[in-house]
Design a protein around this ligand. Structure first.
Ligand code: C2E
Ligand code: CA
Ligand code: CA
Length: 395
Protein backbone atom coordinates (compact mmCIF):
# COMPACT_ATOMS: atom_id res chain seq x y z
CA UNK A 1 0.00 0.00 0.00
CA UNK A 2 1.23 3.48 -0.78
CA UNK A 3 1.78 5.66 2.24
CA UNK A 4 0.54 9.21 2.48
CA UNK A 5 2.12 11.19 5.27
CA UNK A 6 0.72 14.53 6.42
CA UNK A 7 2.37 17.01 8.74
CA UNK A 8 -0.07 19.55 10.11
CA UNK A 9 -0.34 20.95 13.61
CA UNK A 10 -4.09 21.49 13.42
CA UNK A 11 -6.67 19.27 15.11
CA UNK A 12 -7.57 15.90 13.70
CA UNK A 13 -10.32 17.18 11.49
CA UNK A 14 -8.20 17.86 8.45
CA UNK A 15 -6.50 14.50 8.84
CA UNK A 16 -9.91 12.85 8.85
CA UNK A 17 -10.85 14.59 5.61
CA UNK A 18 -7.63 13.51 3.96
CA UNK A 19 -8.14 9.93 5.10
CA UNK A 20 -11.73 9.97 3.87
CA UNK A 21 -10.56 10.98 0.41
CA UNK A 22 -7.28 9.13 0.09
CA UNK A 23 -7.97 5.80 1.82
CA UNK A 24 -10.50 4.66 -0.81
CA UNK A 25 -7.84 5.50 -3.42
CA UNK A 26 -5.49 2.99 -1.86
CA UNK A 27 -3.38 5.22 0.37
CA UNK A 28 -2.45 4.32 3.93
CA UNK A 29 -2.75 7.69 5.64
CA UNK A 30 -0.71 8.86 8.57
CA UNK A 31 -0.96 12.24 10.20
CA UNK A 32 1.58 13.84 12.51
CA UNK A 33 1.66 17.18 14.25
CA UNK A 34 5.32 17.55 15.06
CA UNK A 35 8.51 17.62 13.04
CA UNK A 36 10.04 14.93 15.27
CA UNK A 37 7.20 12.52 14.58
CA UNK A 38 7.36 13.36 10.90
CA UNK A 39 11.06 12.53 10.74
CA UNK A 40 10.43 9.28 12.57
CA UNK A 41 7.81 8.19 10.06
CA UNK A 42 9.56 9.26 6.90
CA UNK A 43 10.84 6.29 4.93
CA UNK A 44 11.37 5.39 1.32
CA UNK A 45 7.91 3.82 0.97
CA UNK A 46 6.16 7.15 1.55
CA UNK A 47 4.58 7.98 -1.81
CA UNK A 48 2.96 11.31 -1.02
CA UNK A 49 3.79 13.92 1.59
CA UNK A 50 1.42 16.72 2.53
CA UNK A 51 2.99 19.67 4.27
CA UNK A 52 1.14 22.41 6.11
CA UNK A 53 3.06 25.64 5.60
CA UNK A 54 1.71 27.40 8.66
CA UNK A 55 2.67 25.63 11.86
CA UNK A 56 3.86 27.22 15.06
CA UNK A 57 7.26 25.96 16.15
CA UNK A 58 8.32 24.51 12.84
CA UNK A 59 7.63 26.13 9.55
CA UNK A 60 6.79 24.27 6.41
CA UNK A 61 9.82 25.71 4.69
CA UNK A 62 12.04 23.95 7.21
CA UNK A 63 10.27 20.71 6.41
CA UNK A 64 10.89 21.23 2.69
CA UNK A 65 14.58 21.89 3.32
CA UNK A 66 14.81 18.70 5.31
CA UNK A 67 13.12 16.69 2.55
CA UNK A 68 15.55 18.12 0.02
CA UNK A 69 18.52 17.16 2.22
CA UNK A 70 17.13 13.63 2.40
CA UNK A 71 16.80 13.62 -1.39
CA UNK A 72 13.20 12.67 -0.95
CA UNK A 73 11.44 11.59 -4.13
CA UNK A 74 7.90 11.40 -2.79
CA UNK A 75 5.27 13.56 -4.44
CA UNK A 76 4.72 16.68 -2.36
CA UNK A 77 1.50 18.56 -1.80
CA UNK A 78 1.63 21.91 -0.09
CA UNK A 79 -1.31 23.26 1.77
CA UNK A 80 -2.16 26.06 4.08
CA UNK A 81 -5.07 27.77 5.73
CA UNK A 82 -3.32 31.04 4.93
CA UNK A 83 -3.30 33.13 1.80
CA UNK A 84 -2.54 31.80 -1.63
CA UNK A 85 0.54 33.97 -1.98
CA UNK A 86 2.47 32.02 0.68
CA UNK A 87 1.63 28.81 -1.14
CA UNK A 88 2.91 30.10 -4.47
CA UNK A 89 6.20 31.26 -2.97
CA UNK A 90 6.66 27.94 -1.14
CA UNK A 91 5.96 25.99 -4.28
CA UNK A 92 8.58 27.95 -6.20
CA UNK A 93 11.05 27.29 -3.45
CA UNK A 94 10.28 23.56 -3.34
CA UNK A 95 10.87 23.28 -7.07
CA UNK A 96 14.18 25.07 -6.70
CA UNK A 97 15.11 22.52 -4.07
CA UNK A 98 14.37 19.88 -6.73
CA UNK A 99 11.51 18.38 -4.83
CA UNK A 100 8.75 16.70 -6.83
CA UNK A 101 5.83 19.04 -6.19
CA UNK A 102 2.42 17.67 -7.15
CA UNK A 103 0.59 20.86 -6.37
CA UNK A 104 -0.82 23.12 -3.72
CA UNK A 105 -4.13 23.08 -1.93
CA UNK A 106 -6.14 25.46 0.10
CA UNK A 107 -7.28 23.83 3.33
CA UNK A 108 -10.80 24.97 2.67
CA UNK A 109 -11.12 23.61 -0.85
CA UNK A 110 -9.38 20.35 -0.48
CA UNK A 111 -11.59 17.61 -1.84
CA UNK A 112 -11.62 17.86 -5.62
CA UNK A 113 -8.05 18.98 -5.92
CA UNK A 114 -6.69 16.28 -3.63
CA UNK A 115 -8.39 13.51 -5.57
CA UNK A 116 -6.99 14.92 -8.79
CA UNK A 117 -3.41 15.12 -7.49
CA UNK A 118 -3.49 11.66 -5.97
CA UNK A 119 -4.74 10.18 -9.22
CA UNK A 120 -1.65 11.57 -10.99
CA UNK A 121 0.42 9.82 -8.39
CA UNK A 122 -0.96 6.42 -9.31
CA UNK A 123 1.59 5.28 -11.89
CA UNK A 124 4.69 7.04 -10.65
CA UNK A 125 7.50 4.64 -9.78
CA UNK A 126 9.23 5.37 -6.49
CA UNK A 127 12.96 5.87 -6.63
CA UNK A 128 14.58 5.02 -3.35
CA UNK A 129 14.91 7.66 -0.69
CA UNK A 130 18.14 7.74 1.20
CA UNK A 131 17.31 8.14 4.81
CA UNK A 132 19.62 8.82 7.68
CA UNK A 133 19.20 6.96 10.96
CA UNK A 134 15.57 7.93 11.59
CA UNK A 135 13.65 4.84 12.63
CA UNK A 136 9.96 4.70 11.74
CA UNK A 137 8.35 4.05 15.12
CA UNK A 138 4.77 5.10 14.66
CA UNK A 139 3.49 2.49 12.24
CA UNK A 140 0.21 0.63 12.50
CA UNK A 141 2.13 -2.50 13.35
CA UNK A 142 4.09 -0.79 16.11
CA UNK A 143 0.84 0.54 17.58
CA UNK A 144 -0.81 -2.89 17.50
CA UNK A 145 2.19 -4.32 19.20
CA UNK A 146 2.11 -1.56 21.80
CA UNK A 147 -1.50 -2.44 22.61
CA UNK A 148 -0.64 -6.12 22.95
CA UNK A 149 2.35 -5.29 25.13
CA UNK A 150 0.33 -2.83 27.23
CA UNK A 151 2.71 0.03 26.58
CA UNK A 152 0.03 2.72 26.80
CA UNK A 153 -0.24 4.49 30.12
CA UNK A 154 -2.85 6.92 31.36
CA UNK A 155 -1.31 10.07 32.81
CA UNK A 156 -3.46 12.40 34.87
CA UNK A 157 -3.64 16.14 35.22
CA UNK A 158 -5.59 17.49 38.20
CA UNK A 159 -8.42 19.95 37.76
CA UNK A 160 -8.98 22.58 40.42
CA UNK A 161 -12.40 23.80 41.45
CA UNK A 162 -11.81 27.55 41.38
CA UNK A 163 -14.20 28.50 44.19
CA UNK A 164 -13.21 25.85 46.72
CA UNK A 165 -9.59 25.42 45.63
CA UNK A 166 -9.99 21.65 45.76
CA UNK A 167 -8.64 19.16 43.25
CA UNK A 168 -12.08 18.09 42.12
CA UNK A 169 -11.24 16.19 38.98
CA UNK A 170 -8.59 14.63 36.79
CA UNK A 171 -8.18 14.48 33.04
CA UNK A 172 -6.54 11.38 31.64
CA UNK A 173 -3.98 11.98 28.90
CA UNK A 174 -2.56 8.89 27.28
CA UNK A 175 1.18 8.30 26.79
CA UNK A 176 3.04 5.58 24.95
CA UNK A 177 5.86 4.25 27.08
CA UNK A 178 8.06 3.09 24.24
CA UNK A 179 10.79 0.60 25.24
CA UNK A 180 13.41 2.35 23.09
CA UNK A 181 12.18 5.87 22.48
CA UNK A 182 10.79 6.70 25.90
CA UNK A 183 7.60 8.66 26.35
CA UNK A 184 5.72 9.29 23.09
CA UNK A 185 2.92 11.90 23.20
CA UNK A 186 -0.61 11.46 21.88
CA UNK A 187 -0.29 14.13 19.21
CA UNK A 188 2.23 11.83 17.58
CA UNK A 189 0.19 8.64 17.48
CA UNK A 190 -3.56 9.26 17.93
CA UNK A 191 -4.12 10.18 14.28
CA UNK A 192 -2.30 7.06 13.13
CA UNK A 193 -4.29 4.95 15.60
CA UNK A 194 -7.43 6.47 14.10
CA UNK A 195 -6.49 5.90 10.50
CA UNK A 196 -5.37 2.31 11.00
CA UNK A 197 -8.48 1.36 12.94
CA UNK A 198 -7.10 0.64 16.39
CA UNK A 199 -8.39 3.76 18.12
CA UNK A 200 -11.30 1.88 19.70
CA UNK A 201 -8.94 -0.55 21.36
CA UNK A 202 -6.90 2.37 22.63
CA UNK A 203 -10.02 4.11 23.94
CA UNK A 204 -11.02 0.95 25.83
CA UNK A 205 -7.60 0.50 27.31
CA UNK A 206 -7.63 4.06 28.59
CA UNK A 207 -11.19 3.80 29.97
CA UNK A 208 -10.41 0.58 31.81
CA UNK A 209 -7.18 1.93 33.21
CA UNK A 210 -8.77 5.19 34.37
CA UNK A 211 -11.55 3.36 36.22
CA UNK A 212 -9.04 1.00 37.72
CA UNK A 213 -6.83 3.88 38.92
CA UNK A 214 -9.91 5.66 40.25
CA UNK A 215 -10.54 2.70 42.56
CA UNK A 216 -7.03 3.23 43.87
CA UNK A 217 -7.69 6.98 44.42
CA UNK A 218 -10.86 6.06 46.33
CA UNK A 219 -8.92 3.93 48.81
CA UNK A 220 -7.19 7.18 49.74
CA UNK A 221 -10.54 8.91 50.21
CA UNK A 222 -10.38 10.89 46.99
CA UNK A 223 -13.21 10.65 44.43
CA UNK A 224 -12.43 13.11 41.64
CA UNK A 225 -14.42 13.43 38.42
CA UNK A 226 -12.78 11.46 35.60
CA UNK A 227 -12.39 13.22 32.26
CA UNK A 228 -11.55 11.02 29.31
CA UNK A 229 -10.70 12.12 25.78
CA UNK A 230 -12.69 10.14 23.26
CA UNK A 231 -11.83 10.23 19.59
CA UNK A 232 -14.40 11.13 16.96
CA UNK A 233 -13.96 7.65 15.54
CA UNK A 234 -14.94 5.96 18.77
CA UNK A 235 -18.00 8.20 18.89
CA UNK A 236 -19.32 6.33 15.86
CA UNK A 237 -19.24 3.04 17.79
CA UNK A 238 -22.81 2.29 18.82
CA UNK A 239 -21.63 0.03 21.61
CA UNK A 240 -19.70 2.82 23.29
CA UNK A 241 -22.29 3.88 25.90
CA UNK A 242 -22.93 0.33 27.08
CA UNK A 243 -19.27 -0.52 27.22
CA UNK A 244 -18.48 2.51 29.32
CA UNK A 245 -21.36 1.65 31.63
CA UNK A 246 -20.27 -1.97 31.95
CA UNK A 247 -16.71 -0.97 32.76
CA UNK A 248 -17.94 1.64 35.27
CA UNK A 249 -20.24 -0.83 36.99
CA UNK A 250 -17.50 -3.42 37.26
CA UNK A 251 -15.28 -0.93 39.06
CA UNK A 252 -17.97 0.82 41.08
CA UNK A 253 -17.66 4.18 39.36
CA UNK A 254 -20.83 6.29 39.36
CA UNK A 255 -21.67 7.54 35.83
CA UNK A 256 -22.02 11.08 37.21
CA UNK A 257 -18.28 11.11 37.84
CA UNK A 258 -17.42 10.36 34.23
CA UNK A 259 -16.84 13.19 31.75
CA UNK A 260 -16.40 12.27 28.10
CA UNK A 261 -14.44 14.98 26.30
CA UNK A 262 -15.19 15.40 22.64
CA UNK A 263 -13.60 17.83 20.24
CA UNK A 264 -15.74 20.04 18.09
CA UNK A 265 -14.15 18.66 14.95
CA UNK A 266 -15.20 15.22 16.14
CA UNK A 267 -18.79 16.28 16.17
CA UNK A 268 -18.73 17.40 12.56
CA UNK A 269 -18.07 13.81 11.54
CA UNK A 270 -20.92 11.49 10.60
CA UNK A 271 -23.28 13.62 12.58
CA UNK A 272 -26.32 11.40 13.06
CA UNK A 273 -24.78 8.37 14.83
CA UNK A 274 -22.54 10.64 16.87
CA UNK A 275 -25.49 12.64 18.16
CA UNK A 276 -27.29 9.43 18.93
CA UNK A 277 -24.37 8.12 20.98
CA UNK A 278 -23.91 11.42 22.77
CA UNK A 279 -27.57 11.45 23.73
CA UNK A 280 -27.35 7.90 25.07
CA UNK A 281 -24.32 8.77 27.16
CA UNK A 282 -26.18 11.70 28.70
CA UNK A 283 -29.23 9.54 29.35
CA UNK A 284 -27.06 7.22 31.37
CA UNK A 285 -25.85 10.12 33.49
CA UNK A 286 -22.41 10.41 31.91
CA UNK A 287 -21.27 14.01 31.40
CA UNK A 288 -20.20 15.44 28.05
CA UNK A 289 -17.62 18.12 27.60
CA UNK A 290 -16.85 20.10 24.46
CA UNK A 291 -13.05 20.12 24.31
CA UNK A 292 -10.83 22.75 22.68
CA UNK A 293 -13.77 25.12 22.65
CA UNK A 294 -13.20 28.04 20.32
CA UNK A 295 -10.88 26.33 17.88
CA UNK A 296 -13.37 24.38 15.77
CA UNK A 297 -15.93 25.17 13.15
CA UNK A 298 -19.32 26.77 13.78
CA UNK A 299 -19.06 26.32 17.51
CA UNK A 300 -22.27 28.13 18.33
CA UNK A 301 -24.13 25.70 16.12
CA UNK A 302 -22.49 22.76 17.90
CA UNK A 303 -23.39 24.21 21.28
CA UNK A 304 -27.00 24.22 20.26
CA UNK A 305 -27.04 20.64 18.96
CA UNK A 306 -24.77 18.76 21.33
CA UNK A 307 -26.22 17.68 24.69
CA UNK A 308 -23.01 18.69 26.47
CA UNK A 309 -22.92 20.02 30.02
CA UNK A 310 -19.32 21.24 30.09
CA UNK A 311 -17.16 23.46 27.90
CA UNK A 312 -13.37 23.46 27.98
CA UNK A 313 -11.88 26.70 26.76
CA UNK A 314 -8.81 25.94 24.71
CA UNK A 315 -5.42 26.84 26.18
CA UNK A 316 -4.71 29.10 23.23
CA UNK A 317 -7.20 31.64 24.66
CA UNK A 318 -6.16 31.15 28.27
CA UNK A 319 -2.51 31.73 27.34
CA UNK A 320 -3.33 35.01 25.63
CA UNK A 321 -6.09 36.43 27.82
CA UNK A 322 -3.95 38.44 30.23
CA UNK A 323 -2.26 40.40 27.45
CA UNK A 324 -4.65 40.28 24.49
CA UNK A 325 -7.92 42.06 24.84
CA UNK A 326 -9.67 39.93 22.22
CA UNK A 327 -8.70 36.70 24.00
CA UNK A 328 -10.03 38.06 27.27
CA UNK A 329 -13.33 38.97 25.63
CA UNK A 330 -13.62 35.48 24.15
CA UNK A 331 -12.93 33.83 27.50
CA UNK A 332 -15.34 36.10 29.33
CA UNK A 333 -18.13 35.63 26.81
CA UNK A 334 -17.61 31.87 26.64
CA UNK A 335 -17.99 31.65 30.40
CA UNK A 336 -21.18 33.72 30.20
CA UNK A 337 -22.64 31.61 27.41
CA UNK A 338 -21.71 28.40 29.21
CA UNK A 339 -23.38 29.52 32.41
CA UNK A 340 -26.50 30.72 30.62
CA UNK A 341 -26.73 27.26 29.10
CA UNK A 342 -26.20 25.70 32.55
CA UNK A 343 -22.84 24.28 31.61
CA UNK A 344 -19.72 23.99 33.70
CA UNK A 345 -16.81 25.95 32.23
CA UNK A 346 -13.25 24.62 32.45
CA UNK A 347 -10.10 26.54 31.51
CA UNK A 348 -7.22 24.42 30.27
CA UNK A 349 -3.57 25.49 30.03
CA UNK A 350 -3.55 27.74 33.12
CA UNK A 351 0.12 28.53 33.66
CA UNK A 352 0.30 31.72 35.75
CA UNK A 353 -1.28 33.06 38.95
CA UNK A 354 -2.46 36.08 36.92
CA UNK A 355 -4.45 33.84 34.62
CA UNK A 356 -5.92 32.01 37.58
CA UNK A 357 -6.96 35.26 39.31
CA UNK A 358 -8.58 36.56 36.15
CA UNK A 359 -10.49 33.28 35.71
CA UNK A 360 -11.68 33.54 39.27
CA UNK A 361 -12.86 37.09 38.65
CA UNK A 362 -14.65 35.95 35.50
CA UNK A 363 -16.43 33.20 37.45
CA UNK A 364 -14.88 30.30 35.60
CA UNK A 365 -15.62 27.00 37.38
CA UNK A 366 -12.55 24.80 36.97
CA UNK A 367 -8.88 25.39 36.11
CA UNK A 368 -6.28 22.96 34.87
CA UNK A 369 -2.70 23.59 33.81
CA UNK A 370 0.99 23.61 34.59
CA UNK A 371 0.39 26.19 37.34
CA UNK A 372 -0.94 23.28 39.39
CA UNK A 373 0.62 20.21 37.85
CA UNK A 374 1.77 18.57 34.67
CA UNK A 375 0.13 15.32 33.62
CA UNK A 376 1.63 12.43 35.61
CA UNK A 377 1.12 8.74 36.37
CA UNK A 378 -1.47 7.71 38.98
CA UNK A 379 0.97 7.18 41.85
CA UNK A 380 2.73 10.46 41.29
CA UNK A 381 -0.67 12.15 41.29
CA UNK A 382 -1.45 10.89 44.79
CA UNK A 383 1.93 12.12 46.01
CA UNK A 384 1.28 15.47 44.32
CA UNK A 385 -2.05 15.77 46.08
CA UNK A 386 -0.53 15.24 49.52
CA UNK A 387 2.20 17.74 48.85
CA UNK A 388 -0.01 20.33 47.15
CA UNK A 389 -2.40 20.21 50.08
CA UNK A 390 0.44 20.50 52.56
CA UNK A 391 1.87 23.63 50.94
CA UNK A 392 -1.59 25.16 50.39
CA UNK A 393 -1.54 25.03 46.58
CA UNK A 394 -4.91 23.29 46.77
CA UNK A 395 -7.43 23.12 49.57
P1 C2E B 1 -6.23 18.16 24.97
O1 C2E B 1 -7.37 17.28 25.34
O2 C2E B 1 -6.57 19.56 24.53
O3 C2E B 1 -5.25 18.16 26.21
C1 C2E B 1 -4.55 19.27 26.68
C2 C2E B 1 -3.10 19.22 26.32
O4 C2E B 1 -2.46 20.35 26.90
C3 C2E B 1 -2.38 17.99 26.88
O5 C2E B 1 -1.37 17.62 25.94
C4 C2E B 1 -1.75 18.55 28.16
O6 C2E B 1 -0.62 17.85 28.59
C5 C2E B 1 -1.39 19.94 27.73
N1 C2E B 1 -1.36 20.89 28.85
C6 C2E B 1 -1.90 20.75 30.07
N2 C2E B 1 -1.66 21.85 30.84
C7 C2E B 1 -0.96 22.70 30.08
C8 C2E B 1 -0.42 24.01 30.31
O7 C2E B 1 -0.54 24.62 31.38
N3 C2E B 1 0.25 24.58 29.27
C9 C2E B 1 0.41 23.95 28.08
N4 C2E B 1 1.06 24.56 27.11
N5 C2E B 1 -0.08 22.71 27.82
C10 C2E B 1 -0.77 22.10 28.81
P2 C2E B 1 -1.08 16.09 25.62
O8 C2E B 1 -1.12 15.27 26.87
O9 C2E B 1 0.15 16.06 24.78
O10 C2E B 1 -2.34 15.66 24.76
C11 C2E B 1 -2.55 16.21 23.49
C12 C2E B 1 -3.90 15.84 22.94
O11 C2E B 1 -3.98 14.41 22.69
C13 C2E B 1 -5.04 16.12 23.91
O12 C2E B 1 -5.38 17.48 23.78
C14 C2E B 1 -6.11 15.17 23.41
O13 C2E B 1 -6.84 15.77 22.35
C15 C2E B 1 -5.32 14.00 22.86
N6 C2E B 1 -5.41 12.87 23.78
C16 C2E B 1 -4.78 12.67 24.97
N7 C2E B 1 -5.12 11.50 25.53
C17 C2E B 1 -6.00 10.90 24.68
C18 C2E B 1 -6.74 9.67 24.70
O14 C2E B 1 -6.67 8.85 25.64
N8 C2E B 1 -7.55 9.41 23.62
C19 C2E B 1 -7.68 10.29 22.59
N9 C2E B 1 -8.51 9.97 21.56
N10 C2E B 1 -7.02 11.47 22.53
C20 C2E B 1 -6.19 11.76 23.57
CA1 CA C 1 -9.03 17.10 26.58
CA1 CA D 1 -6.94 21.80 24.05
Amino acid sequence: MKRLLTIDDDGHFFGLIITAIAAPMGFACEHVRTFEAFKALLADDVAVIMVDLMMPGVDGIEVLRYLAEQQCRAGILLFSGADGRTLVVAEEMARELRLRVLGRLSKLLVRDDLEEFLRQEDDVAMPALKLAAAAPIITAEALRNAIAEKQFVAYYQPQIDIQSGRASGVESLVRWQHPQYGLVYPDDFIATAESCGIIDQLTWMVVDQVFHDAQHFATRGWVPTLSINVSAFSLCDLKLPDRIMASAEATGIAPERIIVEITESGMVQKVAPVLDILARLRLRGINLSIDDFGTGFSMMHQLKRIPANEIKIDKEFIGAMTHEHSAEVIVRKTIEIGHELRMKVVAEGVETPEQFQLLKKLNCDVAQGYLFARPMPANALLAWQDEATAVGLVA
